[in-house]
Design a protein. Structure first.
Length: 320
């Protein structure tokens, strides 16, 4: 019943896979979700509609809590799980409508070339003999993302293809403006931290796509905005404002991380995130903390090196 109601409302082709409704956007669609994706760069995955302010239930969505929707902006597949899964799972448990905005397919990762180097890894069987086009590689990364989001039980996601390592603040702002235009009561916006979160242990700057997300969130001027450090578990260099104990959500976070570690090439699963950032995923999975950044200018840096770090030299590649 739900699936029929949802597809009738959206009025463009949908399919059901992994418990997530995938829809191909018709740029000429008249409904608000299709219009939001009409720039040709995006497609929609289960953006469940709900009312713009009442506390009542809707036909399509889960029971709403007393708080409004919360939207997490991720630059690449895995950012949302590495840095924000605890916060996502907590919001789901509170009954809030939880949406994930994925900005790129993460197609620029070096792992695409690694998958054809004929080498082996200790954590999966077989050799790397899987040539993928840039588009197919990006879709494989999005497939991991879909699985992780299904495991966490989010209300919906919106997948954009704004270009890995080419993401701009202006493009992120387009998606932020969409949510602000809905005038949702109690809306919260979250995303990857920027300059506070250097991607290498030497502290030589943030991932540019992460920075684009954070800069857009801060520039929006919206009051309820927070950023989350992605690399703290391997660098210890994030200038965060608050360390949040997420022990209650550890099991769920680890389960979502497992979606990024799945090796099953016949099903298009290549464990891309684990190939890309092995130390980061393993360190994050072993901990129950998340690191929050406030959008407050000129605040003192709070760098915490108390957490155990990986051996010196282990790093995170820029091509996430």
């Amino acid at each position: 019943m739900f699936f029929r109601r949802f597809t009738a409302l959206l009025a463009f082709p949908c399919s059901l896979a992994l418990g997530v409704i995938s829809c191909t956007v018709d740029p000429g669609g008249a409904n608000e979700v299709a219009d939001a994706a009409s720039d040709g760069h995006t497609h929609v995955i289960d953006v469940t509609p709900h009312d713009g302010g009442s506390d009542g239930d809707t036909d399509a969505g889960p029971r709403r809590g007393t708080k409004g929707p919360i939207v997490f902006f991720a630059a690449h597949p895995d950012d949302e799980t590495i840095g924000m899964a605890g916060a996502i799972l907590q919001a789901v448990s509170e009954g809030r409508p939880v949406y994930i905005e994925l900005m790129t397919h993460g197609e620029a990762s070096f792992v695409r070339s690694e998958l054809v180097n004929a080498q082996t890894d200790t954590w999966h069987p077989g050799r790397h003999l899987y040539p993928l086009s840039v588009a197919d590689f990006g879709e494989a990364r999005v497939r991991e993302f879909h699985d992780a989001m299904t495991r966490m039980g989010v209300t919906g996601v919106h997948v954009s293809d704004f270009g890995n390592l080419r993401l701009t603040q202006a493009k992120v702002t387009e998606r932020i403006d969409y949510w602000l235009s809905r005038n949702e009561r109690g809306l919260s916006l979250r995303g990857t931290a920027g300059a506070q979160d250097p991607q290498h242990m030497k502290g030589n700057g943030p991932n540019p796509d992460h920075a684009a997300v954070w800069n857009a969130l801060v520039a929006s001027g919206y009051e309820d905005v927070l950023g989350y450090c992605i690399y703290q578990a391997v660098t210890g260099r994030c200038a965060y404002d608050k360390k949040v104990d997420m022990k209650e959500w550890c099991a769920g976070k680890r389960d979502a991380l497992d979606a990024y570690e799945t090796w099953d090439p016949p099903k298009g699963r290549y464990g891309i995130a684990l190939h890309s950032t092995y130390g980061l995923l393993k360190n994050v999975g072993a901990r129950c903390n998340e690191y929050v950044v406030f959008p407050t200018p000129d605040r003192p840096s709070t760098i915490d090196n108390a957490d155990p770090l990986p051996p010196q030299g282990e790093d995170v590649d820029i091509e996430r």
